[in-house]
Design a protein around this ligand. Sequence first.
Ligand SMILES: Cc1cc2nc3c(=O)[nH]c(=O)nc-3n(C[C@H](O)[C@H](O)[C@H](O)COP(=O)(O)OP(=O)(O)OC[C@H]3O[C@@H](n4cnc5c(N)ncnc54)[C@H](O)[C@@H]3O)c2cc1C
Length: 489
Amino acid sequence: MTETDLGNVPDPQPIVKTEATVLDKLVEIVGEERVSDSELERVVYSGDPAVLPQYHYRWKAKYLADYVVRVENVNEIEEVLKIARQHKIPVVPRGGASSCMSSSSPTRGGISLDIKPMNKILEINKKSMFVRVEPGVTFDRLENELEKHGLTFGIYPSSAKSAVIGGWIACGGRGGIGTPYYGSLRDHTLSLSVIGGDGTKNTIENDEIDLFLHSYGILGIIFEITLRVHEKPKGYKTFSYGFRELEGLCNAMRATAELEKKPIYLKIADDELLKYSNPLEDGKYVLTVTYIDTPSDIPSEDLNVIAGDNSGVFLGEEFSEKEWELRYDAEFNPKEHTETLMFQELWVPTEKVHEMLAAYESYRRSHKIPALWFGMLGTPDAMRLELMAMIDAAQYLKFISSKGILHKMMKKAIKSGGVPYTIGLQNSIYMARAYPDRLVEMKEAKAKWDPEGIMNPDRVTTCLTSFRRIDLLFALAAAFRRLSRYVGK
Ligand SMILES: Cc1cc2nc3c(=O)[nH]c(=O)nc-3n(C[C@H](O)[C@H](O)[C@H](O)COP(=O)(O)OP(=O)(O)OC[C@H]3O[C@@H](n4cnc5c(N)ncnc54)[C@H](O)[C@@H]3O)c2cc1C
């Protein structure tokens, strides 16, 4: 290079500060340690236990979050929401990710907002019997803290080992362990502090609470919760009965649910499910029922009569106690034995439980589907039925037929006065049929609380596909399956 050349070098330009990226702005709010755009974390934060085989997602790159942000307080949430509105990117609140209906899985990238670090127990008030908590508190911690004061929250989902309180509220909490006795989560929720997608903060009470229960994070984020609590009972007593016939099991379940003395926990299951937790030596079905352990709470004589009338056999203390111990695990243990555990959750009147399970068992036989099921009483007249299928993702046709059967089961449940239990992403196609009034109410609430539509899109009020399209897809799949059998022969 000559001197002349050097002389021709233009004067250095002043450095133009490029606009901070979304990542920079998020780091500014919560610090580097609580933001990530690494692929591993984005993948981990983009699914839930109902994750489906990879081919299901092949065309859906946007099912991956762009950023994972762990928030510790409402000011941070407020700032993150500002960035999201500014850049028009979605925010997906995430608790324990146990909803299993892709409730907290992104559909358009954006921010996966982990609320678990917001886990303070703010106040325990024994005089007025309430507790004030942040949404990321786990049920285990809550119970341990309350126990020190002789108190219990009393109700919790059987996913309590991974779920957090904010997540259960956003899913509705109609049925869980304790709800047949103490009432639903709605009965326990005294107030919620929320921040809408538009950034406004409010404390809501009374009827407005219903909007945020079952809201699946589509309106805003719940950042503080006041809950009713109870005196802690001294202990619990469990009774398990074995049945050979589904009808006997379902009749005994209904009769037990209708007794004046209400159980803390009532579960029914088939031997296919029990195989993975508390195998049955004899019989095919089990009814397990748990009461507060005082003579005035246990309807011993009625239980004996009900079991006798329906050819049920008491399975002994050891089996019964194990059923209670396994209350958090039994439902999910099969997951350890299969690549994909496919789920559908129905909320069904108790008088329709037999009809529904008989239909599922008949599909299991006729379609040779590796199906199993489980039911937990939520209120004295409604049960959360969990229908599952253990699927090998490589068997594409079995995967599609199992999905199709779960779809048929949902249509049958809706016809019989049932509804989908968890909505999330997967069940939003049923909203118009199962919850028409709720759909209108939620659309209005969405326009009010999240007018720019950044909060957890594509569920509850809108969905990525339609009921008709899914219906047609499964009808075609069933026809193809029949045809392939015929051609095979
Ligand atoms: C084995 C098993 C057993 C289960 N048992 C029960 C049961 O007994 N009863 C029952 O009702 N359900 C049950 N479920 C379903 C599910 O576990 C519960 O609904 C659970 O409470 C969800 O909580 P989570 O913290 O995992 O929420 P996530 O799955 O993380 O989130 C659920 C929804 O809430 C939103 N959300 C999370 N936190 C907030 C917040 N702070 N503000 C606003 N929105 C938020 C998310 O965006 C998402 O839409 C079960 C699931 C499994 C896998």
